[in-house]
Design a protein around this ligand. Structure first.
Ligand code: SF4
Length: 472
């Protein structure tokens, strides 16, 4: 058993991360013969992409995917640690699965992802959920075949979660969710240690993949017919800083654009590392999409300092205004309300920034203390009702601006990558504009995977409807 340790997870050294080439032993390749798996994924895009790797590894082991959890021989929960309610959701689901395991004792049940990297959660599992079969963390997805084989052999919980700075694992197989758009990891981990955030503890230090491996992956995706890639990392704008070769995110963005793939996106940005040269590259290349997610978190300088965000309201607005000069750009954000000690005045500062920025949309949250982070120890005496009221006021404002931003699209013709059948109407297809607006389009299914010109006929707060004018 290998348990995570919060103190070890905080350590940052100058050591260069190891690059490990994934491969699977022959012995493990038939472990899942005639068996099926089901994975439930919680949380961010990083987790979604990890699930794509885990699925491919399981398929190398001969498992096949089951769309229904109750029919699967292996059930895996890929968990998220960002907020407290994720904990409740996951353990609620584990309770359901326990009943299933009582009637089908041979099913294999596992947990992985950020939540199990938390010391307190791993302890909880060790003490109260011994009936689980496998638990592994974010640093050792590549070891899944060995961990699973061990659990099957010994018929007991195999819990292996490391608190290390982390490696870079290359050549992991991937079963992508979409045939048209793909995640491309460019870096792992984070060294920012914002005081409320658990990510630097669960995902290790910032480590960038080499540009050669990234560009090779983009070229392969383009060759296989992918139309869109999203460069993925906790703080992509800091890409390359750890490599020390003077090659940064703007260089990578321009090289990604030069591959000629039709759409390049990136997520997530930290305002601190957003450079003017990145803005120039986005303006220069039409295949770098004019969509930026720029987390604000708070509009109060006092709260930003307590959060350890390293920017002020003024410097954020200066950056925002520079980004706004990108033609046709859409900007979204993340905002936390009710951070410990947030006063009415602090909250009003946040509203002022929102009014100045008129975001295209925003993810808004009530502060959720994460055990082990500095913010969890800060005095927080704002009652929940007040936090909820602030969230309500904020959301009303966000919705108003989201609606207004969408209204600008009415009767306009915009490019949309059609990626799936619409959830609201099976006769329609859904896709996203270059600016990341969700559009439902009256279109035949053979248009799936194409970027088409769509005339917007109707706008709502969170989506639009339109029809194809002609193909691009
Ligand atoms: S930059 Fe993002 S991932 Fe890193 S500590 Fe701050 S909030 Fe967390």
């Amino acid at each position: 058993m290998q348990m995570p340790n919060l103190k070890e997870a905080k350590v940052r050294t100058q050591n260069t991360p190891r690059t490990i080439n994934y491969n699977i032993k022959e012995d493990y390749k038939s472990l899942g013969k005639n068996k099926t798996y089901f994975i439930k994924t919680y949380g961010c895009q990083m987790n979604e992409h990890d699930t794509e790797n885990i699925k491919a590894i399981l398929e190398q082991m001969s498992f096949r995917e089951s769309p229904i959890m109750e029919n699967a021989d292996l059930i895996l929960l890929n968990t998220c640690a960002i907020r407290e309610n994720a904990h409740n959701k996951v353990f609620g689901m584990i309770g359901r699965i326990k009943h299933l395991k009582e009637s089908k004792p041979n099913i294999i049940v596992g947990m992985c992802g950020c939540m199990v990297q938390e010391e307190i959660i791993a302890e909880e599992i060790k003490n109260k959920y011994k009936w689980l079969d496998i638990v592994f963390g974010t640093h050792n997805i590549n070891e899944l075949p060995r961990i699973l084989s061990q659990s099957l052999k010994e018929n007991k919980l195999a819990l292996e979660v490391y608190s290390i700075e982390g490696d870079i694992i290359e050549n992991m197989p991937v079963k992508r969710e979409s045939k048209y758009k793909a995640w491309v990891n460019i870096m792992y981990g984070c060294d920012k240690f914002c005081t409320y955030c658990i990510v630097p503890y669960t995902r290790g230090k910032q480590r960038s993949r080499t540009k050669e491996n990234i560009i090779k992956e983009i070229n392969e995706l383009k060759k296989s017919g992918y139309k869109e890639i999203t460069l993925l990392g906790q703080n992509v704008n800091a890409y390359g800083k750890d490599l020390g070769v003077g090659y940064d995110m703007s260089d990578l963005l321009s090289e990604a654009a030069k591959t000629g793939i039709e759409r390049v996106r990136f997520i997530t940005s930290h305002p601190w590392d957003f450079t003017d040269s990145m803005i120039e590259i986005i303006k220069k290349y039409p295949n770098v999409m004019p969509y930026i997610h720029l987390p604000l978190q708070s509009g109060s300088n006092r709260i930003l300092k307590l959060m350890g965000r390293r920017y002020t309201k003024e410097s954020y607005l200066e950056l925002f205004n520079k980004i706004k000069e990108i033609p046709n750009v859409a900007i979204t954000t993340d905002i936390i309300v009710g951070f410990p000690g947030e006063t009415e005045e602090d909250f009003n500062d946040t509203l002022e920034v929102v009014k100045a920025c008129k975001y295209d949309s925003a993810f808004t949250f009530i502060f959720s203390p994460r055990e082990g982070t500095p913010a969890a120890k800060m005095i927080d005496n704002t009652p929940l009702e007040i936090k909820e009221k602030r969230l309500y006021i904020l959301n009303n404002l966000i919705n108003k601006y989201a609606r207004e931003a969408n209204e600008n699209y009415l009767n306009k013709i915009v490019p949309v990558l059609l990626e799936n059948i619409s959830e609201k109407n099976s006769e329609m297809l859904m896709g996203y504009t270059d600016t990341m607006k969700l559009v439902n389009v009256k279109a035949p299914k053979d248009k799936l995977g194409q970027i088409v010109n769509v005339k917007i006929n109707e706008v709502k707060t969170w989506s639009m409807d339109g029809e194809i004018i002609d193909e691009i």
